[in-house]
Design a protein. Structure first.
Length: 131
């Protein structure tokens, strides 16, 4: 089990069971949403994710036809990436309060990565999505 929260703690969540993988998305939308070199998301089956506090604080932004990004409407912390064609969601890994431990990781959309970033770790790099 894992727990996490936004910067101001208005929103808290729990993830039951294991986190399957961690993806670092270098697409321009994830970079914008995180204000960072890339967005790191823990991939979690929908039924294992539970908001435990602050549901009314959750802001929702539809970033494309199938995709929704949520954030804390008070502090602005990025929280979730939901693609309604998939049965899992991405939880912004920087909001975890529990150590993640050893899980498989991957970089995706590396063709879109910021030119000031060099990927120097051992994880696979995919030009597009990981599938
Ligand atoms: Zn917050
Ligand atoms: Zn992305």
């Amino acid at each position: 089990m894992y727990t996490g929260s936004c910067l101001c703690k208005a929103v808290e969540y729990r993830i039951d069971g294991a986190i399957d993988s961690l993806v670092h998305c270098h697409c321009s939308m994830c970079r914008k949403a995180h204000g960072a070199a890339f967005g790191s998301y823990a991939q979690v089956p929908l039924e294992r994710f539970h908001l435990t506090r602050g549901k009314d604080q959750l802001g929702v932004y539809h970033s494309s036809a199938h995709c929704t990004r949520t954030f804390c409407s008070h502090c602005g912390a990025t929280l979730q990436f939901v693609d309604n064609r998939r049965h899992d969601l991405g939880v912004a890994a920087g909001t975890l309060d529990t150590p993640l431990g050893e899980v498989p990781q991957a970089h995706i959309f590396v063709d879109s990565k910021a030119d000031w970033v060099e990927i120097c770790d051992r994880w696979p790099q995919h030009r597009l999505d990981s599938e």
